[in-house]
Design a protein around this ligand. Structure first.
Ligand SMILES: Nc1ncnc2c1ncn2[C@@H]1O[C@H](COP(=O)(O)OP(=O)(O)OP(=O)(O)O)[C@@H](O)[C@H]1O
Length: 263
């Protein structure tokens, strides 16, 4: 359903600042695949997500979703294909709107035309049910301003909202990195359950190798603009953090500084 075919992206080509962010990257995701993406700093992970979302144009190669080329579609034109949750908990929700207003907006984004749902009784009931599944007590705070919520609560809400729009692809960009370990754990669990419930095809960038092994059915490791390791479900299930570090050392002939990857 998502195919990335020989994609390259270079920043400031031909200058002293030239950075090859993606060097001949190819990747295919089937419907329902959940791929975790790890790699050292500057490996090209965010660039990969930015190319898929249309935030950045690619230089060469092809990118298709459901067989349709995305190359000429701008990010706003791709919006109905893509859901994205960023590292910054403030990025995915509108702080001055209430929880229910944010959720109503997300529902509307998922629709093709028209003004979409107003806050009917049935709608509020659905919001309450969905919020209950987060186990954060937000179902009793529909009229609270989102700006009052904690970072973890806002990320949980962002995830729920991304799921509402039924995107063809969900992009998670280190979405638990800014949270304390307990909240990160909670949001990781929610990610798993929302992705499973909605059957979302997902790419998740993380610096946390343990998390990368715990969720998803496939894993890729990037380094200096290339995918240097791909694990299928079976290989991933059998892999450990030490095993990943050893693989990196084997492939690159170098010992990886754990912290570079663990963030
Ligand atoms: N907008 C930009 N302008 C110039 N160079 C960029 C830009 N975005 C990324 N780069 C460069 O491209 C390379 C890949 O960066 P990218 O942010 O994709 O890596 P990353 O794997 O997400 O890293 P990190 O884990 O540190 O976030 C780096 O060398 C980076 O400096």
């Amino acid at each position: 359903m998502l195919t990335i075919d020989h994609v390259t992206k270079t920043f400031f080509p031909g200058t002293v600042n030239e950075r090859v962010a993606l060097s001949d990257v190819s990747l295919h995701l089937d419907e329902g695949d959940f791929v975790t993406v790890i790699g050292s700093n500057g490996a090209g992970k965010s660039t990969l997500l930015n190319i898929i979302s249309g935030k950045l144009p690619l230089d060469t190669g092809e990118l298709t979703i459901d067989g349709r080329s995305m190359k000429r579609l701008k990010d706003f034109q791709r919006a109905r294909y893509i859901g994205r949750v960023f590292q910054d908990p403030m990025a995915g929700t509108a702080p001055d709107l209430t929880i229910e207003q944010n959720l109503a907006l997300a529902l509307r984004r998922g629709q093709r035309r028209g003004l979409g749902p107003s806050l009917t009784k049935a709608r509020r009931e659905r919001f309450r049910e969905e919020l209950t599944s987060l186990e954060l007590g937000l179902e009793n705070r529909l009229k609270a301003r989102v700006g009052l919520l904690s970072g973890g609560q806002r990320q949980a809400l962002s995830l729920l909202m991304a799921g509402f729009t039924s995107p063809r692809i969900l992009l998670l960009d280190e979405h638990t990195a800014a949270l304390d370990p307990q909240r990160a754990d909670l949001v990781t669990r929610l990610t798993k359950s929302i992705v499973e419930r909605e059957g979302l095809t997902t790419l998740m960038v993380t610096h946390n190798m343990e998390q990368a092994l715990r969720v998803g059915n496939r894993l890729i490791m990037m380094h200096e603009g290339e995918i240097i390791l791909e694990l299928d479900e079976q290989q991933k299930n059998a892999m450990t953090v030490d095993g990943l570090l050893a693989e990196f050392a084997k492939i690159k002939g170098a010992v990886l500084d754990d912290r570079a990857m663990l963030g």
